[in-house]
Ligand binder design. Structure first.
Ligand code: PNS
Length: 159
C-alpha cells in the first residue's frame, strides 16, 4: 500500500497552538509527518534552532507518526532527500494566500513530484502568529491559550 510522507516546514519561532492544530490534522491524513524547522542564519530568531526543536518535540510527543527535524537550503530538496511527496502548509486569512500560492507554484516548478497541501487551523487560531505572540509577550500581554504552556513559559523567560 502506498504510504504518504509529508513535511511541515516553517520557522516556528516560536511554535503556536495554530501550528500544533495543523500538526494534529496533518498526522491524521499522512502516514508520516516531519516537522521541518528552517535553519536560517539570515533571520534573527528569538529562539535558537535547538530551543525550537525541543519545544516542538515536547508538543508532538503524543503523535507516534510525527518527528521533528531541521533543514537548510531549498525546502523541496530537503523534502526529496527524506522521501516526502507532500508539503503541508497552513492558511489562515486570505492575506496568507498570495505568498503561499507563490511559494507552492515555485516549489512545484522546482519539484513537480511534490504536492503542497493546505489545511486550515481551527478558526480560533486564525489570527495567531509567532510574530504577534512575541510582540504580545514583549509588551506584557497574555498569550495563554495561543501557545502551549511550555512555550508561554519560555517566552516569559526571554522578555
Ligand atoms: O514559517 P514560515 O517562515 O512562513 O516558513 C517559510 C518556509 C521555511 C517554509 C520557507 O521560507 C522555505 O521553504 N524556505 C526554504 C528555502 C526555499 O525553499 N525557498 C524557496 C521557496 S519557493
Amino acid at each position: 500500500m502506498k504510504r504518504i510522507k509529508a513535511i511541515y516546514p516553517g520557522s516556528f519561532d516560536p511554535p503556536t497552538n495554530g501550528h500544533l492544530d495543523l500538526i494534529e490534522r496533518g498526522s491524521k491524513i499522512f502516514d508520516e509527518l516531519v516537522v521541518a524547522i528552517l535553519r536560517n542564519p539570515e533571520k534573527d530568531p528569538l529562539f535558537s534552532v535547538s530551543d525550537r526543536r525541543n519545544m516542538l518535540e515536547a508538543m508532538t510527543s503524543g503523535f507516534d507518526n510525527v518527528t521533528v527535524e531541521t533543514f537548510d537550503g531549498l525546502m523541496v530538496d530537503y523534502a526529496l532527500s527524506v522521501g516526502a511527496t507532500a508539503v503541508l502548509r497552513g492558511i489562515r486569512a486570505i492575506s496568507d494566500y498570495e505568498y503561499e500560492l507563490q511559494m507552492a507554484l515555485m516549489n512545484r516548478r522546482l519539484a513537480p513530484s511534490i504536492e503542497t497541501v493546505f489545511l486550515m487551523a481551527k478558526e480560533e487560531y486564525s489570527y495567531v502568529s509567532s510574530r504577534l505572540v512575541k510582540e504580545l509577550t514583549r509588551l506584557g500581554g497574555d498569550v495563554t491559550g495561543l501557545v502551549p504552556n511550555s512555550v508561554r513559559q519560555r517566552l516569559a523567560d526571554r522578555f
